[in-house]
Ligand binder design. Sequence first.
Ligand SMILES: Cc1cc2nc3c(=O)[nH]c(=O)nc-3n(C[C@H](O)[C@H](O)[C@H](O)COP(=O)(O)OP(=O)(O)OC[C@H]3O[C@@H](n4cnc5c(N)ncnc54)[C@H](O)[C@@H]3O)c2cc1C
Length: 496
Amino acid sequence: MTRTSGGGGAMVTAINRRDFVKAGVAASLSAGVVRTAGAASHPDVIVIGAGLSGLNAMLLLEELGVRAICLEGRERPGGRLLSEPNVAGNPEWGGDSILGAYARMQDTANRLDIPLIDHHARRDMSPEAHRDPARVELALGGQVIPRDEWPTHPLNDMPAGARDRFPGRGYFQSVIAQHNPLASFADWMEPESAQYDGSAYEFFKELGWSDAAIELNYNTNVQYGTSAHDVSMLMWYFVQAWFKLQSDVARVAYKVHGGNQRFTDAMANALNGEVHYGKRVIGIRNNESDVEVHCHDGSVYRAARVICSLPIPTMRWVKFDPLLPPAKVKAIQTVQVQKITKVIMVPTSPFWEEDGLNPAMWTDTDAGEIRALREGEDSNSVTCLMAWARGHLADRLDTLGHEGGMAQVLSAYEQLRPAAKGKLELAGAKSWQTDPFAGGDWAIWAPGQVIECLPALIEPAGRIHFCGEHTATANRGMEGAMESGERVAFEVWDLL
Ligand SMILES: Cc1cc2nc3c(=O)[nH]c(=O)nc-3n(C[C@H](O)[C@H](O)[C@H](O)COP(=O)(O)OP(=O)(O)OC[C@H]3O[C@@H](n4cnc5c(N)ncnc54)[C@H](O)[C@@H]3O)c2cc1C
């Protein structure tokens, strides 16, 4: 279904931002707040980064009458939104699903006439699909395991009482849900919540899981971190409750018709101020009365305030003068981001009809997790296979180089199912951790970091203000990026 305007169930929850902005303006005017513009020749605000968070901040500031420009290192907007133009359905290399409670994303799509399509029923690797044996193959130890043999299979390391469950995140998230102590996901940053902030490994061990069960369920095709040791359980309690909210509001997984990159294209087109592309920022100097932003090409820009939407790894490569406060430096240096390398393969014939297996697979091989995307006009036809490699597997593929990594994934898939030989064309690969403008994907909180590092990442430093998905407190992913852009816009506007 293509949706071009509001009226759907999820839209009922969307914030009407214009009303919100007007209410804010009226409130501050009545409180006698006086706003001063910056020097005539300079913008009031420089936004660094034209991803969702930076663009949302700039759009809001412009609605509030602030003059802003944006400096973007790439030659395009969108950041971690990147759609493949040459494969049917425009599969996503980056941000994929716009979920039920993504009020800001859905509201922006509505206002900017961005057509959304609900792909929920077409997702072959969702946790729901894991419950449907007809849709995903399980392959461990070099063999495809028929689902009816799984409960008694020698490679079945599932915890007691769960031997019939499909391994992986669908299963372990249901276990987390049973033990989640947070009354509301918003409680995750409360100081009292620190008591729950052990590692995911400790959590599973306390439930009596064997190391083999943790290896199979958490560390294979790892979703957060590189293993259960390096992720905070507090983060997981938040994530689990937040995902539940998404499906409670509406079981949808929207994508933009023509690719999610069109979302940020539309946002950039809606701006009054200019986005300067190819402007790789290398230094930011906090002066008493303004901020200087230095770019790799030698250009220097000045404004009263700067909004920095750079992802955590790329902030490590920028020189801040004076140095940022120690707590912020520690957070930037230590908070990790998810490693993800994707490979897209396009079937030239439906080889799955020959071997009788489903094209989607969950494996412990170098092929990782293979999703069968059905993103064309006909929702039953497979448009491509997308292999997801995360954590150390992503690193390993990266060491083989672009071509070598793709070939390795294809060969691992073909070994599991010889019928696929010669029936798949490699369409491309994308490593986010080797991308100089990303350095990886979503922020991963290690034990102790939610309460120590997240507030430090949000805190402004002099005239520099920070946003980006890693600074979101009530959302993750794309909606987290939008939330952070909104928060930082009002933070800056209050000070102009
Ligand atoms: C594989 C993958 C799958 C995902 N799936 C989902 C999903 O299903 N649902 C969901 O909600 N989210 C998903 N996400 C996450 C989502 O895409 C991101 O959280 C969101 O796009 C981040 O937006 P941002 O503005 O915080 O950062 P970015 O989009 O990274 O924006 C930062 C901008 O800064 C620019 N920049 C970096 N360094 C410099 C520099 N030195 N100088 C100037 N500019 C610079 C970058 O080019 C970029 O444009 C996924 C991401 C990936 C990679």
